[in-house]
Write a protein that binds this ligand. Structure first.
Ligand code: ACO
Length: 379
């Protein structure tokens, strides 16, 4: 076994979807630099690229966007489960459950064929924003807002969440944030999805498992922890002292470090600029300035750079999004990457079944329960 564990450096699949140059901070989807996609593309276009392996023509994009719009509504069963969970379930618990429930009514649930998987992927991309927005409205005691066919994916979500049409700058920022989170090579949640798919289990099972993996604070859950850190430090505390004390206690500063990037995460570069711009338009500019300050302290003390979660926290906060929804929003975007990996796994499958190194007791005789001394039981 590799000395450090965690499958570091182990290649577990061949994939045409996404590549990372961790030394130079470059992220590519299907051959396109993330910076070009963020500047020129839309989330819908990036979904087509990730699922189909090429950018769409205008007619193809219109058709795909139309399929997404047509699939936004939820079944009655899914709505009633979300409404029931709104009172007590945490946002990621709701999303994990709602996606699982959604498979029950899916017309393609029994098929892993590429076309069926593509249709299921399209429906999940379309429905997850409706799930998150409905849950949030219901738990706040508001009426759910129906999807609006005249709005794109990002704008429709923000309208379903807040009840008001977003301004063009908020819509663009959110659309780019979705693009930046859409896929990321063999991260923990994607690996989870591929392991599940490799048993020839179905798309919904794989996505449900991936949501569970994303939820953890070492992965997608870090964005919420970043905002909690900013809120805990507040505007008045000595940031240098606060961060140094946390590091001295061997605490991890969420939103920093990465298994693959040894430099600035290119997604964080873009999100930092959004956070900076939004701070300039806000009466709470300190969330950005605090983040910038923390970045410099962590780099000086630990040599660690921000990852995608660090500046997404203040960006989403400036957009008026509640902290508990940050990780579900990550999942809403990453679902396209998970789904494409499931399709790829099904297309060229071999069961993913690694080994473990046994460090337990040596072979020993079975002792009948009445003759078992207490000290023979522990391993
Ligand atoms: N703050 C403080 N110390 C850190 C941090 C951090 N954010 N990240 C790594 N380190 C330290 C570890 O304590 C460890 O130190 P040690 O060798 O003295 O014990 C060393 O760096 C190596 O850490 P590992 O956990 O072995 O490195 P790994 O490659 O597994 O780390 C990870 C990747 C899990 C992301 C880590 O950097 C981390 O915990 N970051 C904070 C959580 C976070 O932001 N997660 C989101 C990642 S991006 C995403 O998943 C979407």
């Amino acid at each position: 076994m590799a000395e450090k564990g965690g499958l570091e450096g182990v290649v577990v699949a061949r994939s045409r979807l996404c590549s990372i140059d961790g030394e130079h901070g470059v992220l590519i989807y299907g051959g396109y630099d993330i910076r070009d996609l963020a500047e020129h593309s839309s989330y819908e276009e990036v979904c087509f690229l990730i699922l189909r392996g090429r950018l769409p023509s205008r007619a193809e994009l219109d058709a795909f966007s139309g399929d997404l719009v047509a699939a936004r509504d939820l079944s009655e069963e899914t709505c009633s489960v979300i409404d029931m969970l709104a009172a007590g379930a945490a946002p990621m618990e709701m999303l994990r459950t709602a996606v699982s429930v959604d498979s029950v009514g899916d017309p393609d649930r029994a098929s892993n064929d590429p076309d069926a998987n593509f249709r299921k992927a399209t429906r999940l991309i379309a429905k997850m924003p409706t799930m998150v927005a409905r849950y949030d409205r219901v738990r706040r005691g508001h009426e759910p807002v129906a999807p609006d066919a005249s709005l794109g994916h990002a704008g429709n979500f923000l309208q379903m969440l807040t009840g008001a049409a977003p301004g063009p700058s908020a819509e663009k920022t959110f659309d780019v944030a979705l693009i930046l989170h859409a896929d990321h090579e063999m991260n923990a949640s994607t690996f989870t999805a591929r392991v599940i798919a490799s048993t020839l289990s179905d798309m919904h099972s794989a996505i449900t498992g991936a949501i569970g993996a994303l939820k953890g604070p070492l992965h997608g859950g870090a964005n919420e922890q970043v905002m909690k850190l900013l809120l805990a430090i507040g505007g008045d505390r000595d940031i240098d002292l606060e961060i140094r004390e946390r590091l001295a206690r061997r605490e991890r500063i969420m939103g920093f470090g990465h298994r693959v990037y040894k430099t600035y995460d290119p997604r964080a570069v873009i999100l930092k600029e959004f956070s900076r711009q939004l701070a300039g338009e806000s009466d709470e500019p300190h969330w950005f300035s605090m983040s910038d300050h923390i970045e410099h302290v962590v780099l000086a003390e630990k040599g660690l750079y921000p990852n995608v979660d660090f500046y997404s926290a203040s960006t989403y906060h400036y957009l008026g999004i509640e902290t508990g929804l940050f990780t579900p929003i990550f999942a809403m975007s990453r679902v396209v990457g998970w789904a494409a990996h499931v399709i790829e796994q099904h297309a060229d499958n071999r069961l993913i079944r690694p080994s473990s190194e046994y460090v337990g007791a040596a072979l020993r005789p079975y002792v009948a329960i009445d003759r078992r001394a207490a000290e023979t039981t522990p391993v």
